[in-house]
Design a protein around this ligand. Sequence first.
Ligand SMILES: [Ca+2]
Ligand SMILES: [Ca+2]
Ligand SMILES: [Ca+2]
Ligand SMILES: [Ca+2]
Length: 321
Amino acid sequence: MAENALPEPPSSRCARRTATPASTDRWSTSSGAATESVRRLLRLDEATGWLSVLHRIDREEVAQLRFTVTARDRGQPPRTDRATVVLVVRDENDNVPVVEIRKIGRILVRDGVALVPENVLVDTPVALVQVSDRDQGENGAVTCTVVGDVPFTLKPAGETKYFLHTSALLDYEATKEYSVTIVAVDSGSPSLSSNSSLMVRVVDINDHTPTFAQAVVEVHFAENNQPGERVVTVVAADSDSGKNAEIVYSLDPSVTGLFYIDADNGDIRATGVLDREVRERYEFQVIARDKGFPSLGQTNGWIESTYYHTSFNCSKGLMIS
Ligand SMILES: [Ca+2]
Ligand SMILES: [Ca+2]
Ligand SMILES: [Ca+2]
Ligand SMILES: [Ca+2]
């Protein structure tokens, strides 16, 4: 009989009489391990021997019922006969596929979010996708696919497992997160499907060095300045994020004592009073470093320096850049 058959419509009668009514006037099921389920789910018409369902039977709970029917006549002494009935519940496709997304390797996956460093190679597995479907046969055979234009793809890793791989390089500076939708479809007719989502957050790696807008800047600065007067401000940019983009400025040691720089904002100031007659030109480098660190030891000491060549002319005239 079919799973989920409605209780007791005439068409759902599922058992045949095991003896002719003429020779029978009483039916009963025998006691045994299955009795409780049998009595809960089935009804036997003692007069006719028709067996019908009392409740919908869920094959995923009860796949088969086996019981004995006894026919007894009214003679004295009564004579009986017994038949074993095996009722196999035919599967209906009534369960949608279930997808579970789990951690794999060193990629963190928690609460539907995977944290994937931007420097992973193409074809890196980022999550394990486990599928299940409680139905039987084709009704429980599940196929998974990734939908949409995302740099991830599924590769089968057994009948019920897939690895979610990267299919292109990631770049945190271009795209910081992806919503990956996985559709699971069973092979039932009609088929059932379910959608699951994994949010992939791309983790920044320190892969950009700070850069100055100009490689060389010439500044004309008036002599007889105030000590500590600002000469110029240099600014470098870094495309990374957080610490990977925080910049520390420093000066070439050759001008230590003559000029100093604010490590955070790039203001370069003259320490003392400059005298053009003593020296009229200073040329030195400015260094910008970011505060990035290697991620998981995959790169080695990503502290980059960028040199900024700066010339200062001390002149009576004022600053011309
Ligand atoms: Ca199914
Ligand atoms: Ca089913
Ligand atoms: Ca950086
Ligand atoms: Ca980066």
